[in-house]
Write a protein that binds this ligand. Structure first.
Ligand code: N01
Length: 544
């Protein structure tokens, strides 16, 4: 289709599409490009004003990716050949440049409707189509609905009394003002010390007149080892790209390295220490996803990693009381089962005299006032309050949309009793709805662009198969999704993941069912299962 999608105007006849894609991040753009090439009549709706998904919304100070540059892009040579990020861990602005570059190369925007949020969708069994409504009053009828809304499309704001009375500026990191907000010389408060909080805190530490950090759980942050990349280094790396990209599907988390095929306690204490030091030196996610294979299942093994982390970090913090709060003697939770983030100068920030850490466990927030935040110990005056409080992750972006299936309920109602999703991509009672990077797929444990491509490839092949066989309907069976749920639960029970109150477990959102929301079996096992399913003529699905 060469023209802007001719979606019907309010009151007109709804347009029929083969596929409606939702979300213009890595996954959605992959779908758009591939499906369009195959001749499907397709459009993409994006709530934001521009490309980039998460990188459109999360433009808070310090926002940058924590996958290294070489693997934070599409694996197609015609795209990587001419692209160079300036740093190993690029910031949000450069990531947006990358999306614009891809757009120029693949001419994607002409089939994207920006500023268009899907507000409701219902499957019509008569038409065998979705009837999709968007915020601008349009209705469109795609045969298939492919949701690419990512894992963090729904920001979470805890109920804190008085927030609306605050006289300064307050923002959630995931809904940061597009025009930016200058922290220079301001009294800044940050609630939350997840990956977003850590990144804002580092910048605020350098810019603000005074910084107050409200911490509930310390982040077990790892060294980023950020550096500039020049052309020569890009050329050296590009010689290896084909091999690195190929490796992704054979590693647990879709990177070009994997866990050490040994148990931590199998080796001597001296060897273990030398290994931890070497991993630390490499930095990034390597000390997390490239460490001993039993890290997420054996508590004693895990403790050795925690102790190494704790002692290494403590050496950077001057005040012993602060050191105990940031890197406690006993682990707040096992190492790595709550998402660690990457830091650059995070711990040094707390050595500054204008920075204060409030431990919410002993000094809880009572309310936000007109002039700041009041905790039990008193008032903290602020000009800017940053809510780095995370997301209703993995399910929230999908359940926030009123997706209504054939069994009388919405996806949100169904998943309110726990996620059911065959292969983490489709749910019974919701025919012709597929989602990428969703719950019970590798998602949170998989590098984003890797899964956008590898899960994306499966979805494209599935839609092609249906077309080739003149089929217009695909639906997961109840039995298949219960089996998949059981498979995920079985692996979860032998892991340490339930031991942290994390968004991986849905535990950050009051009332959300506690269950591991990402597939813990690793990418190779997941991909094998999706291949087996397709080769068996899409087992666990009913086709018609
Ligand atoms: O969100 P989070 P995030 N009172 O849920 C605290 C990715 N990401 O936006 O831990 C006080 O991790 C909460 O405390 P606790 C990455 O995958 C990547 O930071 O629940 N505090 C926690 O500290 C990441 O994991 C990048 O005790 C409250 C924080 O808010 C995911 O996105 C950058 C509270 C929320 O942390 C989400 O990260 C940013 C309350 N009522 C994000 N409620 C990079 O690529 C919550 N908190 C680098």
């Amino acid at each position: 289709s060469a023209a802007q999608p001719q979606t019907s105007r309010p009151g007109g006849t709804p347009e029929e599409l083969d596929v409606l894609i939702v979300g213009a991040g890595f996954a959605g753009l992959y779908q758009l490009d591939h499906l369009r090439r195959l001749g499907f009549r397709v459009a993409l709706y994006e709530a934001g004003a521009d490309l980039g998904g998460i990188w459109h919304w999360n433009c808070y100070p310090g926002a940058r990716v924590d996958t290294y540059a070489q693997l934070y892009q599409y694996s197609r040579e015609d795209l990587w050949r001419d692209w160079e990020y300036s740093e190993l861990y690029p910031g949000w602005s450069e990531l947006r440049d990358y999306f614009h570059y891809v757009d120029r190369k693949l001419d994607l925007s002409r089939d994207i409707r920006f500023g268009t949020r899907v507000t409701a969708a219902e499957f019509s069994s008569d038409l065998n189509r979705w009837i999709v409504q968007s915020g601008d009053g349009r209705v469109v009828r795609p045969r298939f609905l492919v949701m690419c809304t990512g894992f963090a499309a729904k920001p979470y704001l805890p109920e804190i009394a008085g927030l609306e009375e605050f006289g300064g500026a307050w923002h959630h990191t995931g809904l940061w003002p597009q025009g930016g907000l200058d922290l220079t010389g301001k009294r800044v408060g940050v609630i939350g010390t997840g990956a977003s909080g850590v990144q804002v805190i580092q910048e605020a530490g350098r810019q603000a007149a005074h910084l107050t950090v409200f911490q509930r759980t310390p982040n077990l942050a790892l060294p980023m080892r950020q550096r500039k990349l020049d052309h020569a280094e890009h050329e050296r790396m590009k010689a290896h790209y084909p091999e690195w990209f190929a490796l992704r599907s054979r590693t647990f988390a879709g990177f070009d390295y994997d866990m050490i095929p040994k148990n931590a306690l199998e080796v001597s204490a001296a060897e273990r220490r030398a290994t931890y030091e070497a991993l630390w030196e490499q930095g990034g996610f390597v000390p997390w996803l490239g460490t001993y294979q039993d890290m997420f299942s054996n508590e004693a093994a895990n403790l050795t990693a925690y102790e190494f982390w704790r002692d290494t970090v403590r050496a950077r913090i001057k005040d012993p009381t602060l050191a105990e709060k940031l890197a406690p003697t006993t682990p707040p939770h096992p190492f790595g089962v709550k998402r660690p983030c990457l830091e650059q100068w995070y711990y040094e920030v707390y050595n500054q005299s204008n920075v204060r850490l409030v431990d919410l466990n002993e000094d809880p927030i009572e309310r936000v006032t007109r002039t700041g935040v009041r905790t039990r110990s008193g008032e903290h005056p602020l000009d800017i309050l940053v809510m780095a409080t995370g997301f209703d992750s993995l399910t929230g972006g999908l359940t926030a949309i009123g997706l209504r299936g054939t069994e009388g309920e919405t996806l949100g109602q169904k998943w309110g009793r726990g996620v059911r999703a065959h292969l983490g991509m489709a749910s019974a009672g919701f025919p012709n709805l597929l989602y990428i990077y969703g719950p019970q797929s590798p998602s949170a444990f998989c590098n984003g662009p890797t899964c956008a491509e590898l899960q994306g490839e499966w979805v494209v092949a599935c839609l092609e198969y249906l077309r080739r066989h003149d089929l217009t309907r695909i639906e997961a069976t109840h039995a298949a999704e219960e089996d998949w749920r059981g498979h995920v639960q079985e692996m979860t029970e032998t892991s340490l993941f339930p031991r942290a109150r994390s968004w991986y477990m849905g535990a950050n959102i009051p009332g959300k069912p506690r269950e591991l929301l990402a597939y813990p079996g690793g990418l190779p096992m997941y991909l094998q299962k999706t291949r087996d399913c397709a080769e068996a003529g899409y087992s666990g699905f009913t086709l018609a």
